[in-house]
Design a protein around this ligand. Structure first.
Ligand code: 26W
Length: 823
């Protein structure tokens, strides 16, 4: 790829920063607050982007390439300022300019709130994909919601998680631009009237007595690295149709006006903080239809403008990728627009739709599956429901034709069944592609979860193993290592991560090992300082940094990790001569606000930390830290500093994981189960350079099919496990309330609320996990061996770039052509 570096005029840039401060705040830089300085700098950087952004879209309008619309309820972008400086290839130049203005680049970057319009893996994946699409010069739009409040901020008080609102727009977000010219009406409720056209005999469907909102888009620039491509993330805000008129005399209008005002205000108010758990909330379905309808209307209009109003070949230039089932109403909305607004008949509309929409599955967790009650769905989206009903009717006919007399197939595969609309079934039936996000996950979809669908339409199924962007998670997050790598092998890895394999040449080189471990040490010091500042805890950068950061969920088994810490602490207490490398166990995780066991686990981690960190008798051999408010920005600091990457989900449950890749890239060893993309990580780096433990996915699935296993046997036979479990309920870690962790204890040992004991096999895997942890300790003692292993992890991470993932989507699914933007 030809890397393009634009001219940078430092003096002009400095003038722009000073000028922005004046026109935005009537202040000099000296007088301005840090936030105001950040804003002044951000607007100056935005200026550097604008011409490219304009040029990109001019070029798209001229060349009329095929475009992918990445439809997602979540985009977990993380901070933009530093990333934009990097992708402009002007980080150092801008840093220098800021220096000369007396501004510290790190402090300035630190002022930016993380745009956190996502929960976890799925949202962050969307953000990485946008970065790769722009870098690879593919025309694309991210389509989502401009939530007024993003993912909540987490505070830890007395060991408990407290959620506070994420008011990310308070100071104004400098990189967005409002595009009022692209406003669309979105209709909810009412009923559908059939109007017969006397001349043609055609039936027209008209929605009446509805409530509507106006969707207004805001665009965020998505910069390619080292090129002129600037794509857009388009997020929709909601405004009332007419501003509420207090003088209205008409009672009916008055009521309607209030309702529409409220609808507009509520709809984009807040991101649902549930990860992997479907709650069935009406407002959530409103959010889904809201952004889908606006996005699809815009995409079709844009296409029509460029093709004389003829929609019949839409699929040649437009494809919608559904990020999980959340935007699946796209299918019916596109059908509606093609039929009701463009006069196509069903078959024409279906032919286009089923060549235009594709679906990605991100989880097999049963509780994540979206199934809307018919009552709710049809009341909120009456015309959309009609269309889904007809899709279902025809699909059931197909099933009958293929499997005559097999009622069971219909029960398992129908889109509407048992009073529910099953969104995954709709996505699979209508989509031209269905993909999983790691090899193992896709195999499980084909063989278990979606077996019937795979048997009926095998050609749709494919795998796209996830990836991450090395621009954010190495170049920006770990500048020391990035520079060292570039020194050794050149900078080709920045846009072609496969090249990082060239580091393999150095893994036995003593000097290189020294340098690599030195950088790791410095990154550990940086994290230690962060921990001191925000947690007030001293941690030793010479200890092993053992890290588990990700959403808190039972299947991810943070509980296994902390139970093992308790076990290790017992060992140390009973045998003071017990030899172990000092270890710092670092956790970071947000729990969904209503997820009791998850919140209790956070409290447990904090209480264990409190006891252990304050026990002088173990002379600091174990430290436990819970990092508050884990998010993209502090994640970058954490990944760079990790020695051990905890990827310990119950095998078969983690679709892919992407944190695992961020750790690997930054030179950490994976301590994990054979789950998700861990399997492929091990394949790339070699078994001897990872530490693997626990049941395999086949074993887990086998147990599940047999109705589980009996954790009591382990409890009764294993003294160590028993001791740790008793400590959950004897007040050792909860002096004030010995019952504090009763639910956790019960979840491991007792059948309750219709749920088997220990459904995530924590006790079953405990011993093998403890052994794996001993193995880590043993390996760390061998300094040269360790250095070689972690260097190999970095060197063999090439596959896990989201650039590779995107190239696969483009080739197998989207069929896009690159558009090179000249300036
Ligand atoms: C309806 C509630 C809900 C909300 C979010 C259900 C499901 C989700 C997401 C699909 C959960 C999620 O983020 N899944 C993660 O997706 C990542 C990207 O593919 C994977 O790496 C993770 O393994 C998977 O848990």
């Amino acid at each position: 790829m030809a890397i393009h570096k634009a001219r940078f005029d430092k003096e002009e840039f400095k003038k722009a920063v000073v000028g922005n401060c004046k026109s935005l705040y009537r202040k000099t830089l000296d007088e301005a607050s840090q936030q105001q300085r950040f804003q002044s700098v951000a607007y100056a950087v935005k200026d550097l982007i604008m011409d490219k952004w304009i040029a990109t879209h001019k070029q798209y309008d001229k060349e009329d390439p095929k475009v992918v619309y990445y439809m997602s309820m979540e985009f977990l972008m993380g901070r933009a300022l530093g990333n934009n400086m990097i992708n402009l290839m002007q980080y150092k130049e801008i840093k220098k300019a800021l220096d000369e203005l007396g501004l510290d680049v790190d402090e300035i970057e630190d002022q930016e709130p993380d745009p956190a319009l996502g929960n976890g893996g799925l949202g962050r994946l969307a953000a990485c994909f946008l970065d790769s699409l722009a870098t690879l010069e593919y025309p694309s739009y991210g389509c989502g919601i401009r939530y007024r409040y993003g993912m909540f901020k987490q505070e830890i008080k007395d060991g408990y998680q407290i959620e506070t609102p994420d008011d990310w727009l308070r100071e104004g977000y400098p990189f967005e631009i409002k595009r009022s010219e692209y406003r669309y009406e979105v209709k909810f409720g009412g009923y559908v009237k059939v109007v017969k056209d006397e001349k043609t005999g055609r039936e027209n469907f008209v929605q009446e007595d509805y409530r509507s909102v106006i969707a207004v888009p805001y665009d965020l620039p998505i910069l390619g690295y080292g090129n002129n491509t600037v794509n857009s993330l388009r997020i929709w805000d909601a405004e009332p149709v007419v501003t509420f008129n207090l003088n209205s005399f008409d009672k009916g209008d008055y009521q309607k006006a209030i309702e529409e005002e409220n609808l507009a205000k509520n709809i984009v108010e807040v991101l649902y903080p549930n990860d992997n758990h479907y709650a069935g909330k009406e407002l959530r379905l409103k959010q889904q239809y809201f952004f889908v309808s606006a996005s699809v209307q815009r995409a079709v209009d844009r296409y029509k403008n460029m093709h004389n109003g003829d929609v019949s070949k839409l699929y040649e230039k437009v494809t919608f990728q559904l990020n999980d089932t959340h935007p699946t109403v796209t299918v019916a909305e596109l059908m509606r627009i093609l039929m009701d607004e463009n006069g196509l008949d069903w078959d024409q509309a279906w032919d286009i739709t089923s060549k235009t929409v594709a679906y990605t599955n991100h989880t097999i967790m049963a509780e994540a599956l979206e199934k809307w009650p018919i009552e709710l769905f049809s009341r909120l989206l009456p015309r959309i429901y009609q269309i889904v009903e007809e899709i279902n009717r025809r699909f059931v006919e197909e099933i009958k034709a293929k499997y005559p007399g097999d009622q069971e197939k219909i029960r398992k595969m129908a889109i509407i069944y048992d009073g529910q609309v099953k969104m995954a079934h709709l996505a699979i039936c209508a989509g031209y592609s269905v993909n999983g996000v790691a090899k193992l996950h896709t195999e499980i979809l084909k063989k278990q979860e979606l077996k019937d669908f795979y048997e009926m339409m095998p050609e749709k199924f494919n795998n796209k193993t996830n990836g991450i962007t090395q621009r954010r998670f190495l170049l920006h997050g770990n500048p020391l290592l990035a520079e060292w790598i570039t020194d050794k092998i050149g900078d080709g890895w920045i846009t072609d991560l496969k090249q990082i394999d060239k580091l393999s040449l150095y893994v036995d080189d003593k000097k290189a090992q020294q340098e690599f471990m030195n950088i790791k040490y410095k990154n550990k010091v940086r994290l230690a300082e962060y921990i001191k500042k925000y947690n007030g805890i001293d941690v030793d950068p010479n200890s092993i940094f053992d890290v588990q950061v990700k959403r808190l969920h039972e299947y991810k088994r943070q509980l296994l990790n902390i139970l093992h810490v308790m076990y290790l602490y017992n060992k140390l207490k009973s045998d003071p001569t017990f030899d172990m490398e000092p270890r710092t166990f670092i956790f970071g995780a947000k729990a969904a606000a209503g997820y009791r066991i998850a919140k209790q686990t956070i409290k447990l981690i904090n209480n264990v930390a409190n006891v252990i960190n304050n026990d002088a008798s173990i002379s600091g051999k174990i430290k436990v830290v819970f990092i508050e408010n884990y998010r993209v920005s502090n994640g970058e600091i954490i990944f760079a500093a990790a020695d051990v990457s905890e990827q310990i989900s119950t095998a078969s449950k983690e679709a892919s994981g992407t944190g695992n890749m961020k750790f690997m890239l930054n030179g950490a060893i994976t301590l994990g189960t054979m789950d998700g993309a861990n399997v492929e990580i091990v394949q790339e780096v070699g078994e001897e350079n990872a530490v693997i433990f626990g049941l395999s996915s086949d074993e887990v699935i086998k147990y599940e099919n047999e109705g589980g296993y009996d954790p009591m046997e382990i409890f009764n036979e294993d003294q160590d496990v028993r001791e740790v479990l008793m400590e959950l309920i004897n007040g050792k870690y909860s002096e004030n309330d010995p019952e504090e962790f009763r639910d956790i204890y019960n979840s491991l040992l007792n059948f309750q609320d219709g749920r088997r004991a220990d459904i995530y096999f924590i006790l079953k895997d405990f011993k093998s996990y403890a052994k794996a942890q001993e193995e880590i300790d043993k390996r760390y003692k061998d300094k040269a061996g360790w250095a070689k292993t972690v260097m190999l992890n970095t060197a063999k991470s090439g596959k896990f770039s989201s650039d590779r993932t995107i190239e696969e989507y483009v080739k197998d699914i989207w069929k896009l052509e690159k558009v090179h933007v000249e300036m």
